[in-house]
Write a protein that binds this ligand. Structure first.
Ligand SMILES: [Mg+2]
Length: 234
């Protein structure tokens, strides 16, 4: 299964994360300094798309060269690393996550990875600090050279197949996420979606988006495992 990060594993709306991306953009494009990614519809978007969105909102050309994107993301990661130095502990993990990940990691029927709009260096900092890195040996991230979120699915599956040494047909891949974008990503790619209302979207909104199963949160480990088994046909 492929987990989204913000709003699914970790509380959404981390101000240091938002500020990091803004600072990265503003360092390379000072003319956009009056626009924040908070002015955009953030949830479920790739951070690569958010950079373009900020530039367009600032009246600049959103076609960003790859090396500028690289500088933006490096600057953002540096700021985020420094911002994390004053923080510690488990306070950003959503309830139920650690017991669930322990349970899934110990179950040979499942393999885990991440599929997130967040950029890899920032997600890696979060995972290291929160002790999540070992659960997720592979992932696809918001700074990859793709157009939109559904393009991350084949990338993640390819990496999972290489890492785990076993094929993962798309219809046995479950995307766990908190937004209609996660649901759409599953639908486009022929996977299934387990949606969780721990982000900004209600259970009804996620159901309307077409999620295969919707849960209020991931605290009831047995219920989550049953849902995963139902979706993968195990
Ligand atoms: Mg999310």
């Amino acid at each position: 299964m492929l987990f989204d990060v913000d709003g699914t594993l970790i509380e959404r709306g981390d101000p240091a994360h938002v500020e990091a991306i803004d600072r990265g953009i503003h360092a390379v494009f000072p003319a956009a300094v009056h626009v924040s990614i908070l002015d955009l519809d953030l949830d479920g978007r790739l951070e690569r798309q958010l950079v373009r969105g900020v530039l367009a909102a600032a009246g600049l050309d959103p076609a960003v060269p790859e090396d500028s994107l690289g500088t933006i993301f490096e600057t953002a990661a540096e700021f985020y690393r420094a911002a994390w130095d004053g923080r510690s502990g488990d306070h950003d993990l959503l309830p139920g996550i650690r017991p669930l990940l322990d349970r899934v990691a110990a179950d040979p029927r499942f393999a885990m990875g991440v599929l997130t709009g967040g950029i890899r260096p920032i997600v890696e900092i979060k995972f290291r600090r929160l002790g999540l890195a070992d659960y997720f040996p592979i992932g696809a991230f918001g700074d990859e050279d793709v157009a939109e979120r559904p393009d991350l699915l084949p990338l993640a599956v390819k990496r999972a197949e290489a890492h785990y040494g076993t094929p993962f047909p798309f219809n046995r891949v479950v995307i766990v996420g908190d937004t209609p974008h996660d649901v759409r990503c599953a639908q486009v790619g022929g996977a299934t979606a387990l949606a969780v209302a721990t982000g900004r979207y209600s259970e009804d909104a996620l159901r309307d988006a077409g999620a295969d199963i919707v849960l209020p949160d991931l605290t009831d480990t047995d219920r989550v495992i049953d849902a995963l088994l139902a979706l993968t046909g195990e």
